[in-house]
Design a protein around this ligand. Sequence first.
Ligand code: ZN
Ligand code: ZN
Length: 325
Amino acid sequence: MELPEITHFEHGIIQVKIAMSYPLRWVNSYIIVGDHTWSVIDPGPRSAENEAAWHTVLNTLELHVDQLESIILTHHHPDHYGLAGWLQAQSHAPVYMSARSLAEARLAWGEGNTAAQDLITFYKIHGMPSEITNELPEHLQSFVTQVLPQPEVSIITPEQPFLIAGHSWLPIQTSGHAAGHISFYQADWKAIICGDAVLPQISPNISLIPNSDPEPLKSYVEGLRVLGQYEVEWAYPGHRRPFNGFRERTVKLLDHHEQRLDAMTERIRTQPANGYDVCMSIFNSKLTLHQLRFAMSETLAHLEELIRRGIAHKYQQDGIWIYAV
Ligand SMILES: [Zn+2]
Ligand SMILES: [Zn+2]
């Protein structure tokens, strides 16, 4: 098979592009090599191709699984968390994530979870038509195999220095994209591994989903302000390429969300509407089901933020929530 693209950066940080579905196409796994051990951050979604890709990568880099010190996860989404259990089974290395991320993983992937059904009910009361919600169970089920087997998880404590391959990193917990998301900051190198908290070019998805953070946009904005205070030369994101200008990127993302809030305010000022209709007017209507799910949850995150700020309110009409200014 084709070798996944491997790029070496300063301080033994290695970016490995692991395949995932459209439109993101790849997730960045990072390997950090120490004197006698190595660690991996976000191994990618599980598939037979990605397992084979990892074998090839480790052969190429001459890394052995018995020297794998830790498997570290920025957050619980399948494109980051997926292969953790598989890699743990090969290596017996500990898998680390935040306590909140673990709770989110159990909510999404735990035995007997009701996440799919809860999401469908939630979208229905926000106006999503049944011809779309009927397709959701199969769509959501398709992610389950990407996260099997589930890993045994050890907990990372935010703000407590955390050793990765012999160097001390600061775990910074911020939410909004995913509750409990951790970025890792290395002060001497002015480097940050930022998962999906800050991405270059694309705006990380902010999702309102049942039983999770009820104010994800507020959480996200607060998180960007925290992250923007760190002095960063190189940012290593979960998608796209490592980049400079980290602080400027956090400011751009803040602006983007304010503009989007304004656009939604105008939309419901003209005509009160349910979440699905607002979503259709704000986002391109030619979305895949996967993109529509993200767009819908992001719209609801913004609409709820407008309520929190006292700009909008909502009322029920025939069992559907309507947002109005
Ligand atoms: Zn994510
Ligand atoms: Zn991601």
